[in-house]
Design a protein. Structure first.
Length: 442
């Protein structure tokens, strides 16, 4: 056909009509899935639990690693029915550390139905902990930026490399001679105590249990390091994408004189690996041997403009993350898509948008996340290194801790400033601990 319009009409009548019909049906399915997922989200009720541990805590981060491993029991594999009719999505938990005027509190945000699970796994590792339900401290901040009174700085954190490469964990902070743990949490808590009235720092780890096959991606990375042939299966999309290159290669490559002679395969380099490469393979294999969680990390510094100092709320917290950076393996860095800074073009409107976006995302936690949006993966050891209760050697005076082994709510803190801060996270329901029977053997 010499007429392109006639050819286009003929093509549409024969097979071209299938493309817009496919797109229309696909759009309806996505709209339906979003509707049932939002219905599922809105049916869930969330609570915040403040966790106070005894002052004389001697538990290492290994106890919190056990907590995360136990929390993986909340993992819920989704099948076709739950995806397309029930609207279910994996449930997320938010592990938070907040500083309100220098007063520090450890908080867990969870769906109410998981309250018993969360309390059970904490009491299993910290029998004398105090767990109190509190009001959501973010709700009193009904703000839009910019405004006349408050300012905000915030960002999300991401990994510099593929998530199969691990970061440094708490085990690397143990002294090889004294076996004493130089708790990496000390520097973070010290930074959080440096703010005063009118300032707040919120740090959040939104974690979602990963599927058990999350480590399969590491196999191709290891095979690349050791020079082994990849054993990964190709999907249909992979084969479609590679088809043009296969045809070009077949046309451009001259036939060999030897007929069907196979090309010499690349020999395995495992015997010739350097010490560093061997360590990399061992570190990756160690990471994928443990339970994994999808993680999104956010932190916010906000306060009255009269006392707001960006460096105070950003550099100290970011410095605490750099303790876990291994330049040969993996490291943390701010995500430039969310950071409220470093903008060159159209600075004012983009900065305004980012400030409001990071603020709303923090308040939303994992409520609006859908599959594919849960972030990079850390295993239980890495996660416990970032979020754990400080050990006895950490002397952060303003960390809220359980005052005594008792079931009543914790005693009020002595200073006026801390009492004012405590009202912000005032308890609304204390979970009583059962008194053990008197006839138990001693």
């Amino acid at each position: 056909m010499n007429n392109p319009i006639a050819f286009a009409w003929w093509f549409f009548k024969t097979i071209g009509w299938m493309f817009p019909v496919f797109l229309f049906v696909y759009g309806l399915l996505i709209a339906w899935q979003n509707y049932i997922r939002n219905r599922y989200r809105n049916a869930r009720k969330y609570i915040l639990l403040a966790v106070d541990i005894p002052k004389d805590n001697e538990q290492s981060p290994r106890a919190v690693e056990n907590i995360f491993a136990h929390l993986a029991g909340a993992h819920q594999p989704l099948n076709w029915y739950t995806n397309w009719w029930g609207g279910e999505i994996p449930d997320s938990f938010s592990f938070e550390i907040i500083s309100i005027g220098g007063y520090i509190q450890f908080i867990i945000h969870t769906v109410e139905s998981y309250r018993d699970l969360v309390e059970a796994i904490i009491y299993a590792q910290y029998p004398d902990a105090e767990i109190t339900e509190i009001e959501d401290y973010t709700k009193r901040w009904d703000l839009k930026f910019p405004n006349d009174k408050y300012d905000i700085w915030g960002t999300e954190v991401k990994l510099a490399k593929n998530y199969v490469y691990p970061v440094i964990t708490y085990k690397e902070f143990e002294d090889s001679l004294s076996q004493e743990l130089k708790d990496p949490m000390a520097s973070l808590l010290e930074s959080l105590t440096r703010i005063g009235p009118g300032e707040e720092i919120w740090l959040q780890f939104v974690v979602t249990p990963a599927d058990n096959d999350w480590g399969d991606r590491a196999k191709s990375v290891i095979n690349k390091i050791i020079g082994a042939k990849s054993s990964g299966k190709k999907t249909i999309m992979d084969r479609i994408f590679e088809l043009p290159f296969v045809i070009i290669d077949a046309v451009m490559t001259a036939p060999s004189a030897g007929g069907d002679k196979k090309k010499d395969e690349q020999p395995n380099k495992i015997l010739y690996l350097t010490a560093g490469q061997k360590d990399d393979v061992a570190a990756i294999e160690h990471k994928i041997s443990k339970i994994g969680f999808h993680v999104r990390v956010r932190w916010i510094y906000l306060g009255e403009k009269s006392v707001f100092k960006k460096l105070k709320g950003s550099k100290g917290v970011y410095g605490s993350f750099k303790q876990f950076n291994d330049l040969g393996l993996n490291s943390f860095k701010p995500d430039s898509k969310f950071m409220t800074g470093g903008i060159i073009f159209f600075k004012e409107p983009r900065l305004k948008k980012r400030k409001n976006k990071i603020f709303l995302r923090y308040k939303d936690r994992g409520h609006s996340l859908s599959p594919g949006e849960y972030g990079f993966i850390l295993n239980t050891e890495e996660l416990a290194s970032l979020w754990h209760f400080p050990v006895l050697t950490v002397k952060a005076p303003l960390v809220k801790k359980a005052e005594a082994k008792k079931a009543e709510p914790p005693m009020s803190l002595p200073t006026e400033r801390l009492m004012a801060a405590e009202k912000v996270v005032a308890p609304i329901n204390k979970t009583p601990r059962a008194t053990p029977p008197e006839n138990l053997p001693h």
